[in-house]
Design a protein around this ligand. Structure first.
Ligand SMILES: C[S@@+](CC[C@H](N)C(=O)[O-])C[C@H]1O[C@@H](n2cnc3c(N)ncnc32)[C@H](O)[C@@H]1O
Length: 243
């Protein structure tokens, strides 16, 4: 399978693309979400899900491909997309034979129900709220009925104002990018989610595991979902939670 090149962009895409290109441009090794090592939450998770060894896996908002490298090492047929062409160029450098495309999460160049696992580490929380519905529609469209969708985002406290970003992302004069909580500056908003919000938003999905932690600074939420109904909380559920 290979992704069709660039589909249409929505209005927000230009803004996101510019902001992220900027972040990756100056010094990609200083992006605040890390560069070399795979995300700490996907490592314990992947082995515990019953994803077949030759599964087709999508790294959504793959950035420089640090998680794709890990997924590829696990033997998965790995795909990735990102709105930033700089990020995609780095991903290609990490995996020269990888199938990485520049694409917007709201309009993806993949066919229906093709992925066994979709991994989103930090993508949805980088997307403005008015694009969430389209993101979800696309995720639902390309995920196999028995597939898994793993979402990792910042955690939003329950009493936090719903229309307020959880953090802002900025770049200093040396090009180093960082997060801060000052909402008065013109920066790049990062959203966050909490469990009731996720349950409500992803009503079409069956939530299979949900948890949040404050590992590594900053509260993080992770949720595993699928479209298929599962009977009860089987042994896989306990396995996943025992991290
Ligand atoms: C927080 S970074 C995480 C990158 C990667 N998943 C990782 O863990 O290193 C979020 C990524 O989402 C990408 N992104 C933001 N908005 C996007 C959109 N609308 N469509 C596709 N990618 C987007 C950014 O370019 C960036 O690479």
């Amino acid at each position: 399978m290979s992704a069709k090149k660039d589909k249409n962009e929505n209005e927000n895409s230009g803004v996101s693309r510019k902001l992220f290109e900027n972040l990756y441009n100056v010094n990609p090794e200083k992006v605040p979400w890390g560069y070399n090592t795979p995300d700490a939450d996907i490592i314990p998770l992947i082995d515990k899900l019953d994803v077949p060894p030759n599964a087709r896996v999508l790294d959504a908002g793959c950035g420089n491909g640090k998680n794709s490298v890990y997924l590829r090492e696990k033997g998965f047929e790995t795909y990735g997309f990102d709105i930033s062409s700089k990020a995609i160029a780095f991903a290609h450098k990490s995996i020269p034979t990888g199938d990485f495309v520049v694409a917007d999460a709201v309009s993806l160049p993949y066919a229906e129900e093709v992925f066994d696992l979709i991994v989103d580490v930090g993508l949805l929380h980088s997307i403005p709220p008015d694009a969430w519905e389209s993101y979800k529609k696309e995720t639902n469209r390309i995920l196999k009925p028995k597939g898994y969708y793993f979402l990792r985002s910042f955690h939003r406290p329950l009493n936090y104002p719903p229309d307020k970003p959880i953090l802002y992302e900025n770049t200093d004069q040396t090009g180093r990018s960082y997060f801060e909580r000052d909402p008065n500056k013109e920066q790049f908003p990062i959203w966050g989610f909490n469990i009731p919000q996720i349950r409500d938003f992803f009503k079409e999905f069956k939530i299979r595991v949900e948890r949040y932690s404050n590992l590594g600074g900053g509260d993080r939420l992770y949720v595993v979902m699928s479209k298929e109904e599962k009977k009860g909380k089987g042994p896989w559920y306990k396995r996943v939670l025992k991290t």
